[in-house]
Design a protein. Structure first.
Lengths: 413, 102
């Protein structure tokens, strides 16, 4: 590697490297059409091509690669959930994330800085203890920590008892991490394209063709494609795309607003979140503070900003880090979150044969990108639902078997 | 701040209201199947466009209906539930009847 780098440095020309397939005509037929070129869609394609020998795949997206919620999430990776099903699933995802840069030969800027969730009430301490026990039982590093430990972990946190909501304890999750979200989708897309997968941006799915209860094609603004299987991985538009296949999903779409401050020198090591004051914050490797909170109070398919929500976010983060009062906000944005009633995703088979669902990712989609791609690819290739994602089928809502992660999710991603 | 017109209290700040879900016909829970009931409870229409939904003005606990566009966030009208419900839906009476029959 150092020798190769030296040779590259001594070259006269540095031609641009094409990471993804240049745009070309759509073929008439593909084995698999994946709707949505985000982290999940490209991860499914990558896993199908690399591990299952299926590379006749078109990934279509009405926008551009990684331009939806892959670009809008706050890049938190963690597995400190509450249910055995949830913890097992996200634990595997965190493990895969650890090896992803090597697997891609492409740096996803993984940083293992841990996550600290704050308790401001006795009820929160009880639920944290419960989560710590479940996590430890399943091999996830979570523990309940006291105020002294919190002070050591985050010296800048306002921990005084005079605070409006004094910090009583914390759930310290050592496996918590962050990564560059764009790099994750680029890594997957590059790996998939190298193996023959075609990426078609600015290609909108406008209809799903179904014959005798089986998905056989996709109509796009660039013509019709016939295919053996269709996967929808369109966070923020799950209900609308599923409707094209005649399916209704237990989803309601809410905007979630976030913002980023000007850069500071390194001040904050772990990711800190507080479900009570509805805020989570971490400092990126560029020094910016990323601040996010709860979803908007009512559903909307729009990524507009509202002053009241931004005020709420700013007020909440100042509860924890008063020194940010001087910070200027550099950017703000919103993403559409597809919220499910139990705060768990919907993955797997649908009532339409060969139409696969990867939906309901609310505010927890980024962290599941590697494991979702792996398990969904296995399902599409073999037709068998992997054990890890069995509990997340759409059918669970008809059987009243929800996987309740509401407590471990609300404003703590 | 965005404002919403309450049929009882007039134009108020949106922060005084809470969203209460889409308006649906309620299936008869005594006769409908568990599958139909789960669809009613868990599966919203989540339509992009004009929808009718429940809202509550919190300080006065007044529930009413709003026609709103879920793409543009425009509000076309708000109206009292009495426009749609001519009769009172009495759940508690139905429940006691069920208990008696047990």
């Amino acid at each position: 590697m150092p020798f190769g780098l030296l040779k590259y440095g001594l070259r006269k020309h540095y031609p641009a490297q094409h990471q993804f397939t240049p745009s070309k005509e759509l073929k008439k037929h593909y084995d698999v059409v994946i709707i949505g070129a985000g982290g999940h869609g490209t991860s499914i394609a990558y896993n199908l091509a690399k591990y299952h020998g299926i590379s006749d795949i078109a990934i279509i997206d009405k926008g551009y690669l990684g331009g939806g919620n892959t670009a809008r999430n706050t890049a938190v990776i963690r597995s400190n959930y509450l249910t055995a099903e949830g913890v097992a699933f996200y634990r595997e995802s965190v493990r895969l994330y650890q090896g992803l840069s090597n697997e891609f030969d492409f740096n996803i800027m993984m940083e293992n800085r841990g996550q600290l969730t704050l308790a401001h009430s006795d009820a929160a301490i009880r639920s944290f203890r419960w989560r710590a026990e479940v996590n430890q039982h399943l091999g996830v590093r979570s523990e309940l920590v006291d105020r002294n430990t919190i002070r050591e972990l985050v010296p800048n946190l306002r921990i005084s008892e005079d605070a409006r909501y004094p910090v009583l304890a914390g759930l310290w999750h050592k496996d918590g991490a962050t990564a560059r979200h764009d790099a994750v989708v680029w890594g997957y897309a590059r790996g998939a394209c190298q193996r023959g997968v075609e990426l078609h941006q600015l290609t909108e799915a406008q209809g799903i063709e179904i014959e005798q209860g089986q998905a056989v094609g996709v109509q796009t603004n660039r013509g019709r494609i016939s295919c053996g299987a269709v996967v929808q991985a369109v966070a923020g538009a799950s209900s609308n795309v599923a409707k094209m296949a005649g399916l209704q999903l237990p989803i309601q779409s809410f905007p979630l607003q976030a913002m980023v401050t000007q850069p500071y020198k390194p001040l904050l090591d772990p990711h800190v979140s507080s479900p009570h004051v509805h805020v989570y914050v971490h400092q990126t490797s560029r020094g910016e503070f990323v601040i996010g909170g709860g979803s908007d109070p009512y559903p909307l398919y729009h990524t507009r900003a509202t002053l009241d929500q931004k005020e709420k976010l700013a007020g909440s983060v100042l509860e924890l880090f008063p020194f940010l009062a001087q910070a200027r906000v550099l950017r703000q944005w919103a993403g559409t979150t597809d919220m499910t009633p139990d705060y768990s995703p919907i993955m797997g088979l649908s009532a339409v044969k060969n139409y696969f669902l990867d939906a309901g990712w609310g505010t927890w989609g980024f962290k599941a990108t590697p494991i979702c791609g792996k398990t969904m690819a296995e399902l599409i290739a073999t037709g068998r639902v992997p054990e890890l994602i069995k509990p997340f089928s759409l059918e669970r809502f008809y059987r009243f078997e929800q996987v309740n992660e509401a407590g471990a999710t609300a404003a703590s991603h | 701040m965005k404002q919403l017109c309450c049929p009882l209290n007039g134009l108020r700040n949106i922060s005084e209201f809470i969203y209460g879900g889409e308006y649906h016909d309620v299936p008869d829970y005594r006769s409908c199947s568990p599958r139909d009931w789960s669809e009613y409870v868990f599966f919203p229409e989540n339509k992009a466009g004009w929808v009718i939904e429940w809202w509550c003005h919190l300080p006065t606990s007044y529930w009413f209906l709003v026609e709103r566009n879920t793409v543009t966030d425009e509000i076309r009208r708000s109206f009292p539930s009495s426009d749609l419900y001519q009769e009172r839906v009495d759940f508690s009476r139905a429940q006691t009847r069920e208990k008696q029959s047990e």
